[in-house]
Write a protein that binds this ligand. Structure first.
Ligand code: NAP
Length: 496
């Protein structure tokens, strides 16, 4: 059970504490934020509503803790991260339980998220030791007009205090994908977890606490993003923001000061299907890619663009697989579980009703009970329908029939989003040309879009974000280059 056993320290009555200065604390606000279980639609947990004064204190301690952490040998930082990874994996069951209750993640996926997060931390520690242990040596005489009189040594130094804000759908994994690179690079870290997912995140942070990181190096402040978000993101003590979420990220990037921003935002990942594709493979990928975790993944397949000549066959195969999806509570490890909130379900319903009014073909009957929406494939979707462009973040997938590859590429590139895309064809030459033409951060050939393995680069274009993630890139984003130039009195040594 959440907040029991080894985690008992993080619970006070029925409210989970926040983490600052190496201690678990109650907020002086006396207020809490409820976390609604998406399945029961009742309050499951409560977290502290932290105040601005508490944020100020956290930023001060993060700043001073970072100074000595940056001087801690790299191998020691790595050692602590490996320890945190092991503790996290050891406690996967209670953390997974929080994910089931807070965000209705199917039981097996919830465990996978925690284990994958432990692996990410360890990989990051190893990668950090390698890449941060290296620098560059440059000599001046390669630039015109210069003698060999200057030697330049470069290394990577930390940025300072990193503010990490992950979204609800991977509150553990997308938190550690920021925490681990920040720490190995010598930064301190302030985490603002998503409200739905905050309790899983607090348990995860407790594993770092148990690992024995210095006081104040990691903090976790809870509260609604709409209430403390601006104060955090505009705080002068923050030296870098690593954010994953929706359009909120666009607003943050307009308000933030001149600091590095790593923004991983929404997507409308297109799946282009050519006539020669293996349609069984495509159908399997569409169903897994479109409906896993009820479509609440940034890299879910969010629009299928299929050549008209194979569309009937493909839709038939997809429908056969959709019929086999299990629908129900996350505790039963169902394929389709309730979406995160009532407002999210209402938004999805709005997209479905718009498509209905504009006469899309409903391959299944639209069905909803509370936040639970049954999987729905919408065929014959046209560009005048909202679902052709908007991200439902739910188990509803539009199919647009196309008459040329160019039409598919055009639709993909006309989107505000440019996260990932995929193309299915047996012709690798065509696949490469299409990949080049698709304006997205990544194109998958013959597989659905996916974030990971976690050391692969991951980035979006346009409204899908700025900067790049993936372990190596995140370490790079959270450091900057420092040069030391040695100036020699004479350009060369003359032998007598
Ligand atoms: P969201 O509403 O943008 O929230 C993301 C985070 O921002 C949450 O922690 C939220 O806290 C916080 N927040 C809200 N208002 C804020 C403010 N004014 N200042 C600072 N932080 C604020 O997104 P979501 O609904 O959690 O996640 C779904 C979205 O994330 C989708 O669009 C999905 O595509 C995207 N996503 C992208 C990636 C990627 O890597 N590209 C990965 C996963 C998800 P509260 O929960 O307290 O409001």
């Amino acid at each position: 059970m959440a907040g029991t056993g080894v985690f008992a320290e993080i619970l006070d009555g029925d409210v989970f504490k926040y983490y600052a200065e190496g201690e678990w604390k109650k907020s002086s606000s006396g207020k809490s934020v409820p976390i609604i279980n998406p399945t029961s639609r009742k309050t499951q947990y409560k977290v502290q509503a932290c105040t601005q004064e508490e944020v100020n204190k956290v930023m001060d301690t993060a700043k001073s803790a970072q100074k000595s952490w940056a001087k801690t040998p790299l191998w020691k930082r790595a050692e602590l991260l490996h320890k945190a990874a092991a503790i996290l994996k050891e406690h996967k069951a209670p953390i997974a339980e929080c994910l089931i209750k807070e965000i209705a993640k199917p039981a097996k996926d919830a465990v996978t998220e925690v284990v994958r997060s432990g692996d990410l931390i360890s990989y990051c520690a190893e990668e950090g030791v390698r890449i941060l242990g290296e620098g560059k040596f440059l000599v001046s005489d390669s630039f015109p007009g210069n003698e060999r009189s200057k030697y330049c040594l470069t290394s990577k130094i930390p940025l300072g205090v990193i503010l990490a804000i992950p979204p609800f759908n991977y509150p553990v994994n997308l938190a550690v994908s920021k925490i681990a690179p920040a720490l190995i690079a010598g930064n301190s870290l302030v985490l603002k977890p998503p409200t739905q997912g905050a309790v899983a995140a607090l348990h995860m942070v407790y594993c770092f606490h148990l690992a024995g990181f210095p006081k104040g190096l990691i903090s976790c402040v809870t509260g609604k993003g709409s209430e403390i978000g601006d104060f955090l993101t505009m705080h002068p003590g923050v030296n870098c923001i690593s954010f994953t979420g929706g359009d909120t990220g666009i607003a943050i990037s307009k308000k933030a000061s001149m600091i590095p921003l790593q923004m991983e935002l929404g997507g409308k990942d297109a799946c282009i299907v050519l006539e020669d594709a293996d349609l069984d493979l495509v159908a399997a990928n569409i169903v897994k890619g479109g409906f896993s975790y009820s479509g609440q993944r940034c890299t879910a397949v969010k629009v299928v663009l299929v050549m008209e000549s194979v569309a009937d066959t493909l839709v038939g195969k997809v429908n056969a697989k959709v019929a086999k999806l299990t629908v129900g509570p996350p505790e039963d490890d169902c394929d389709i579980t309730p979406v995160v909130s009532e407002s999210s379900a209402n938004f999805i319903e709005g997209l479905v009703m718009d498509a209905k009014q504009k006469e899309a073909t409903f391959c299944q009957e639209y069905r909803r009970e509370g936040n639970l929406i049954w999987p729905l494939l919408l065929d014959n979707v046209r560009p005048d329908m909202r679902i052709a462009w908007e991200e439902p973040f739910g188990p509803v997938l539009p199919v647009i029939r196309i008459n040329s590859v160019e039409e598919g590429i055009h639709h993909c590139n006309a989107s505000n989003f440019g996260l990932q895309g995929c193309v299915f064809t047996r012709d690798i030459n065509k696949a490469m040309l299409i990949s080049d033409a698709m304006e997205t951060g990544t194109v998958q050939i013959n597989s659905a879009p996916a974030r990971g393995p976690d050391h692969f680069p991951f980035q979006g274009l346009r409204d899908s974000g700025i900067g790049s993630q993936g372990i190596t890139n995140s370490i790079g984003m959270m450091t900057k280059i420092k040069s030391t130039v040695i100036n020699l009195p004479t350009p060369s040594y003359t032998m007598g």
